[in-house]
Ligand binder design. Structure first.
Ligand SMILES: [Zn+2]
Length: 340
C-alpha cells in the first residue's frame, strides 16, 4: 500500500514536470531538465523492477541508467519509491465533464495519464467534433473513446426503441459506428442493462461490432446481467466477439448478487476457457464492493418510455405502479425527470 502511494507521488511529479514551462526556461544551460535518481523502475512490460536513474529533456526520457545529478536542472531523489509510466484507466465516463476540468487533476494526482471513455454504451454523439473541441481546450491527459451502442441506437431508431431495428435503421446505425471509427474511436461499447440498448438482440450488437472490427476496434461491454444470469451474459459477450472477430473487453467484471457469492470461480473459468481456446478476451474490475449507476436501473425496463428514461403512464392497478407509488416515487418519476 505504501509503495502504491509513493509511486503515485512520483508519477505526478514527473507529469507536472513535463508541463512546467517555467522549468523549461531554466533548462537551457543544463544537459537534462530533470533527473529522477535511485528509484525502483517498474517499466510496464511485465519485467521485475530494477534500480536506475532517469534523465528527462524536453518532456522525453533521454537516458536510463547511472546519471550524474550535476548534469540536471532539477533532481528528485526517489529512494524507496517506485518510478513508473503513467497508468491507463480503461473505464471512464468523462464525456460531459472533461471540458469543465481540462487539467483532469483527479486523474493526474492518482498517476493516471491516459483514459478510455465512452464505456457502457454511452459516448459523445459526434466523436470527430468532440475530439476537435478537446484539442482546442488543451487537455492534460490522453483520451481514447469507444463509440456507444446506446448513443448510436438513440440516433438511429427514431425515438421508438423497444423493438428490432428495421433494415434501414440498422444500416444507419452501421454508418454511425463507421463514422465514429473513422473519427478515431477504438471500438464499440454496449450497456445492455440500460435503455435503449437493453432492447437489442445479440445479432444487432454483433452486426455493429463487425463494423468496429473492420477498423481494428474491440468490443467492450457492460453486460446484460451481472447476477443470476451472469453466465449467459458472458457467453453472449464471447459470442459477439466471435461473430465480429474482434477482441472482447468485459467491463467492471463481477458477480453482483449476494446469492451468487463465490461464483466468480465459475465466471472466471468461462474467461479462462475462452482464452485457452484462443479467443482474445480481457476483463477489468474495480476493487470495492459498492457500485453506482443510473437510478433507472433499479426499475423494470417496461416502466420506461423506450429510450427516454422517462416513466410511461401506466394503469393505476398495475402491481408495479402500486409498489412504486407506495414508495412515494411514482409521482416524482411522472414529473418527467429522466432516470437514464
Ligand atoms: Zn457500466
Amino acid at each position: 500500500m505504501q509503495d502504491r502511494l509513493l509511486m503515485v507521488v512520483v508519477g505526478m511529479l514527473v507529469v507536472l514536470s513535463f508541463y512546467s514551462s517555467g522549468f523549461r526556461a531554466l533548462s537551457q544551460a543544463s544537459e537534462f531538465d530533470l533527473v529522477i535518481t535511485n528509484g525502483h523502475i517498474v517499466d510496464g512490460t511485465g519485467n521485475p523492477w530494477f534500480e536506475a536513474d532517469i534523465a528527462i529533456k524536453n518532456g522525453r526520457i533521454v537516458e536510463i541508467g547511472k546519471v550524474e545529478t550535476t548534469r540536471a536542472v532539477r533532481t528528485i531523489d526517489a529512494k524507496g519509491l517506485i518510478v513508473t509510466p503513467g497508468f491507463i484507466d480503461v473505464h471512464t465516463h468523462i464525456e460531459s465533464n472533461i471540458g469543465r476540468l481540462p487539467t483532469a487533476e483527479n486523474f493526474l494526482r492518482m498517476g493516471v495519464i491516459s483514459v478510455v471513455t465512452g464505456n457502457c454504451g454511452g459516448s459523445a454523439s459526434n466523436l470527430g467534433e468532440w475530439f476537435t473541441e478537446l484539442e482546442k481546450a488543451g487537455i492534460s491527459i490522453n483520451i481514447a473513446s469507444l463509440v456507444g451502442h446506446n448513443t448510436v441506437r438513440r440516433a438511429g431508431m427514431n425515438g421508438d426503441f423497444d423493438r428490432t431495428p428495421t433494415p434501414e435503421e440498422m444500416q444507419r446505425m452501421r454508418d454511425l459506428v463507421e463514422q465514429a471509427m473513422r473519427d478515431g474511436a477504438v471500438g464499440l461499447s454496449t450497456g445492455l442493462v440500460f435503455v435503449p440498448g437493453t432492447y437489442a438482440k445479440t445479432d444487432e450488437v454483433a452486426e455493429l461490432a463487425k463494423v468496429a472490427a473492420r477498423y481494428g476496434g474491440n468490443y467492450a461491454t457492460h453486460m446484460r446481467d451481472e447476477g443470476n444470469r451472469v453466465e449467459q451474459a458472458i457467453k453472449e459477450a464471447l459470442e459477439i466477439g466471435e461473430l465480429a472477430r474482434c477482441p472482447v473487453e468485459i467491463s467492471h467484471f463481477k458477480v453482483n448478487s449476494k446469492k451468487r457469492c463465490g461464483d466468480s470461480k465459475i465466471t472466471i473459468k468461462l474467461i479462462e476457457d475462452a482464452r485457452a481456446k484462443g479467443q482474445q478476451v480481457t476483463i477489468d474490475q474495480y476493487l470495492y464492493t459498492a457500485g453506482s449507476t443510473f437510478l433507472g436501473r433499479i426499475f423494470p425496463t417496461w416502466l420506461f418510455d423506450g429510450g427516454t428514461g422517462k416513466v410511461k403512464d401506466r394503469p393505476l392497478h398495475s402491481p408495479a405502479v402500486r409498489f412504486f407509488g407506495g414508495c412515494g416515487l411514482l409521482q416524482h418519476l411522472r414529473s418527467g425527470i429522466s432516470l437514464y
